[in-house]
Design a protein around this ligand. Structure first.
Ligand SMILES: NC(=O)c1ccc[n+]([C@@H]2O[C@H](COP(=O)([O-])OP(=O)(O)OC[C@H]3O[C@@H](n4cnc5c(N)ncnc54)[C@H](OP(=O)(O)O)[C@@H]3O)[C@@H](O)[C@H]2O)c1
Length: 260
């Protein structure tokens, strides 16, 4: 039986690494030996993250900028090669944001930006990373080594509710993009994985405009809620499986979260 892969020889890119799940995932991957390109718009936070990874003996490189922009996507993928000497083989498409409210009650001025980061930016990175990762796979043995793209969907991308109509729809869409890309690239040797978390305590709730009462209600009903490290651990699990094994579609909730 093959042993699970560790990450010593992996070059990773993580979008949205200045907070929450992306930050925790960057730290987790680096602690397992991966060299990590980290991205986000807040450069001071990225610099602190790079320093934290390096002080623990790891390797990291910051690309500050908006993950919606193709030039920033290219800078992340080019940065992997220039900083670490090889193309990335593990890309985590995590940058995103929520928006509370329904079609009737949410702010329509924010709808475009939700779809731009949660869907369009993900599609651009799927295409750019997918092209580069497929290019690394030998036709003679496509799964000689693991190559991964991990996409953050959401539990509310499966169980659409009026509480988060627009956000949930954007995550439904990115789930479709991930599955379509899995079908296209899996046979060529690239694993494309959808991770669909339930409620995770992070900056997400504030950015999405959730009230304190709403968050307190989640805590009361579902505690202990998930922490970003719980999602990072699941991502590590997926990408350390042998190259021919793919846990491709994972929902992760706190045990007491019944719905959504
Ligand atoms: N928390 C949850 O309950 C939950 C549940 C299901 C799915 N998710 C998904 O998980 C992912 C991470 O969420 P989180 O909980 O970690 O949220 P978070 O704590 O708010 O972190 C979001 C990260 O995305 C970055 N980001 C946002 N827009 C960006 C852009 N245009 N360009 C580059 N970076 C950008 C932010 O960095 P900057 O502001 O510095 O750019 C930040 O690092 C998202 O896709 C979210 O939809 C979250």
């Amino acid at each position: 039986m093959s042993e699970p892969e560790q990450l010593n020889n992996r070059i990773a890119v993580v979008t949205g690494a200045t907070a929450g799940i992306g930050r925790a995932t960057s730290l987790a991957l680096a602690s397992q030996g991966a060299s990590v390109v980290v991205n986000g718009r807040r450069g001071d936070r990225l610099d602190a993250l790079v320093a934290e990874i390096e002080s623990a003996g790891g390797r990291a490189f910051a690309v500050t900028g908006n993950a919606c922009e193709q030039s920033v996507i290219d800078a992340m993928l080019d940065g992997a090669k220039s900083a670490f000497g090889r193309e990335a083989d593990l890309v985590v498409i995590n940058a995103g944001r929520g928006l509370g409210g329904s079609i009737m009650t949410s702010d329509p001025d924010q709808w475009d930006s939700i779809f731009e980061i949660n869907v369009m930016a993900a599609a651009r990175m799927l295409r750019s990373a997918g092209q580069r990762l497929v290019g690394q796979c030998p036709e003679s043995d496509p799964v000689a080594k693991p190559r991964d793209i991990v996409v953050l969907g959401s539990n509310v991308g499966r169980h659409i509710s009026p509480f988060s109509s627009v956000y949930g729809s954007s995550k439904f869409a990115v789930g479709a993009l991930a599955e379509a890309t899995r079908r296209e690239l899996g046979p060529k040797g690239v694993r494309v994985t959808l991770i669909a978390p339930g409620i995770v305590l992070s900056e997400f709730q504030e950015v999405a405009g959730y009230t304190d009462e709403l968050v307190d209600g989640f805590k009361e009903k579902f505690e202990p809620l998930l922490e970003p490290e719980d999602i990072a651990r699941m991502i590590s699990f997926v990408v350390t499986q042998p190259a021919g094994v793919h846990a491709c579609d994972i929902v992760i909730r706190s045990t007491r979260q019944d719905y959504p």
